[in-house]
Design a protein. Structure first.
Length: 706
């Protein structure tokens, strides 16, 4: 009897238990609302990996809090624009706002049911309570899809607001505009002025014919149209729209629309989900569910930008305003001062098929502008931040074996960028004095000197790799300029005038800010910028600080003895450990520098503390601007246990993973297992760094558990 009962139970188990459990989709683990409350400046709308459009809800059209158009606690939605940048510190884009409504009012901004708001990669939905409509959004590589379900059939309306944009400038952002209503939509082109001056062409098509058109009075004298389009809908109460944009012309927008316009809304949702599942699946981790949600949400944010800028036929408008045709996809929204540190090194690891196109995008920009970009969006140059951060991106790609771009062309662009005067890179002043004197440039002289060394070093490494030892020697020497600004008493960077006199008074704890000018540092203070030379010369910095013991003591003081900065959240100073400010990029590599001391375990503990303190699974779970994914890329590397401290070198500093096991899978049949073990004598424990090539060929990386 017992034997028979056992056989029955086994049979039942075989029936109810699948032979192999199907893993849950990784997209289910992503929470796009993380970072939307506070200073993260992310957005919950759908995105395609590195895609052209980012449709989503806009709560406001200007202001530092609304650089992505959205704040989690804002009570109203103005409408749904098609483009934006995630996590930036300046608002831009927000083009072609659509706002559906079942009832006409003077102001169509609507309250919304917070509990109805939902988001996952490639999909967003919300119920507009004042407008009587449920809005759903999804996106393809170049097309945004809208689906509106109204609370009744009959005549409904959609506001097409071509004046709307995410602005920080006062005055008249629209310089010129043309719009034409078609039988089933609207198309046109405008010239806009904000962070950069740019051309936006668009085409919007609905699945119902336009039954009525009303033109609204322009706001603030702007020339662009604000149109109310009326539609008669049936008992199904559903109206769908597709939108595409272009930097070139209306024909480009139409072609982009046609390229992705054959999909139904649900098919487009499925396609976006599949695209994200592929991207997210390139890293698999073993961790508790909450930690997985934080990790995959960070990985998602890290892969939104750079954004595709070429039309389906390869055309794009460059920073000189001219339309060109590229041989391959080209990208913009390159927040390079932020993303050269961890985002671009991450792409070389898990998005290798795109890296050459990213580099060619930089080089095409240089052909159009005469120099490599600093911060480019919608194909235009903003001239924001300091240094020449495109150079380490190129040098790092070459050091890691990427060869899908011309080395001669790259070297020429790097030389032009690092020698021809620019409004922020005044090389004639730099060369004349061997540093930037604070009385010969307009602010941030110390930071600009230190970051000039990043570009000099990148150029030197790249030239030497090409066998050009003359250029390598020249810029290798120039990369030493930072040493002239190390104060011999404090061993911290300090401003000097053109006669060599030190800045007086000097407080290394006071950050430069708009309220504290002139200042010698960029969104930071002397303590926070002291560690910048480690991005290209860690051994030299150790020497300048008095040797390894003094270097370790300096790190201890920085993290554990100095007070935190108060009242400077806009500088990223709200997420602090001592003077370490994780909310801003100059600090991102500093905890990893303990690898150069005899106490690497202190750095490993700090990385874990930063990761667990400043990243959460909630709307305020990113502290400090995500900056087009840099904050998120840092977390991805921290989880894996290694980090690109020297981002021009093709090397990673080893730490300790935040998970027991991770598997990196990238195109090219590369599987890399990372795991942690407590036995101190095994595997890679005790090693400080590893090359990219060695990492990929090792297939296995064993690190200590933090």
């Amino acid at each position: 009897m017992w034997k028979s009962l056992t056989l029955v139970l086994i049979g039942l188990a075989l029936i109810v238990t699948p032979a192999r459990a199907t893993p849950s989709p990784l997209t289910d683990l992503v929470n796009p609302f993380i970072g939307t409350d506070g200073t993260g400046h992310t957005f919950p709308g759908p995105a395609w990996p590195f895609g052209m459009l980012q449709p989503g809800p806009d709560n406001a059209d200007r202001g530092w809090d609304y650089t992505s158009g959205y704040q989690f606690r804002a009570p109203r939605i103005l409408g749904f624009s098609q483009t934006r940048a995630s996590g930036t510190g300046i608002p831009e884009l927000g083009d072609v706002l659509l706002q559906p409504t079942a009832t006409l009012r003077d102001d169509l901004a609507s309250g919304y049911v917070k509990s109805s708001e939902m988001a996952r990669p490639g999909y967003y939905a919300v119920e507009l309570s004042d407008n009587g409509v449920r809005v759903e959004l999804t996106v393809g590589e170049r097309v945004a899809y809208h689906r509106y379900t109204f609370d009744r059939p009959g005549r409904v309306w959609v506001l097409v607001d071509l004046q709307h944009g995410l602005n920080f400038l006062d005055g008249q952002p629209v310089l010129a505009s043309e719009a034409r209503v078609t039988d089933d939509g609207v198309e046109g082109i405008s010239r806009r002025r904000n962070w950069t001056t740019r051309t936006v062409a668009f085409a919007v098509r609905f699945d119902h014919p336009v039954a009525d058109v009303r033109r609204l009075v322009p706001r603030q004298g702007d020339q662009a149209d604000r149109l109310l389009l009326g539609f008669d809908i049936e008992e199904g109460r559903v109206l769908e729209a597709r939108a595409a944009v272009s930097t070139t012309d209306v024909e480009g927008a139409r072609r982009n629309l046609e390229d992705g316009g054959s999909l139904t809304f649900d098919a487009a949702v499925a396609a976006a989900d599949a695209a994200w599942e592929d991207q997210l699946g390139r890293i698999q981790i073993e961790a508790p569910t909450e930690q997985k949600r934080i990790f995959y949400s960070a990985l998602y944010r890290a892969l939104i930008h750079p954004s595709l800028i070429t039309d389906v036929d390869g055309r794009w408008r460059g920073p000189d305003g001219q339309v060109r045709t590229a041989q391959g996809p080209r990208y913009s929204t390159l927040s390079l001062w932020d993303t050269f540190r961890a985002s671009h090194p991450l792409f070389t690891l898990i998005a290798p098929e795109r890296v050459d196109d990213f580099i060619n995008s930089l080089l095409d920009h240089a052909d159009a502008a005469g120099r490599l970009p600093m911060w480019t969006i919608w194909g235009g140059e903003t001239g924001t931040m300091i240094g020449e951060p495109a150079l380490p991106v190129i040098a790092d790609a070459w050091a890691k074996g990427y060869r899908g771009f011309s080395s001669e062309r790259a070297l020429a662009a790097m030389l032009r960028t690092q020698t021809v005067d620019h409004h922020l890179s005044q090389w004639s002043v730099y060369d004349a004095y061997g540093y930037y004197p604070f009385d010969r440039v307009e602010g941030e002289a110390v930071s600009r000197t230190l970051e000039a060394g990043i570009g000099d070093d990148a150029l030197a490494r790249f030239a030497r790799a090409l066998g050009n030892d003359g250029v390598g020697e020249r810029f290798g020497r120039r990369a030493e300029a930072w040493r002239r600004l190390i104060d011999p008493e404090t061993r911290l960077p300090r401003g000097r005038d053109h006669l060599g006199h030190w800045r007086e008074p000097y407080d290394p704890l006071t950050p430069t800010s708009p309220l504290n000018n002139p200042g010698d540092y960029t969104e930071a203070n002397a303590w926070q910028y002291a560690w910048t030379p480690a991005l290209f010369d860690p051994e030299g910095l150790i020497e300048a600080m008095g040797g390894q013991a003094a270097f370790a003591e300096k790190l201890d003081t920085f993290f554990f003895e100095l007070p935190t900065t108060e009242g400077a959240a806009f500088l990223g100073q709200e997420a602090m450990i001592g003077q370490y400010a994780h909310g801003n990029e100059p600090s991102h590599h500093i905890a990893w520098l303990y690898a150069w001391t005899d106490r690497p375990e202190v750095g490993r503990a700090l990385v874990r503390r930063i990761a667990t303190s400043f990243y959460r699974d909630r709307p305020d779970g990113v502290i400090g601007n995500d900056d087009a994914g840099q904050m998120s890329a840092w977390y991805v590397f921290a989880t894996l246990g290694f980090y690109p401290v020297e981002p021009s070198s093709g090397r990673y500093v080893l730490g300790a993973p935040l998970v027991r096991r991770a598997l990196i899978r990238a195109p090219g049949d590369v599987d890399l297992e990372v795991r942690c073990e407590n036995e101190t004598a095994r595997g890679d424990q005790g090693r400080r760094d590893i090359t990219h090539a060695s990492l990929l060929t090792s297939r296995s990386l064993v690190l200590p558990c933090s």
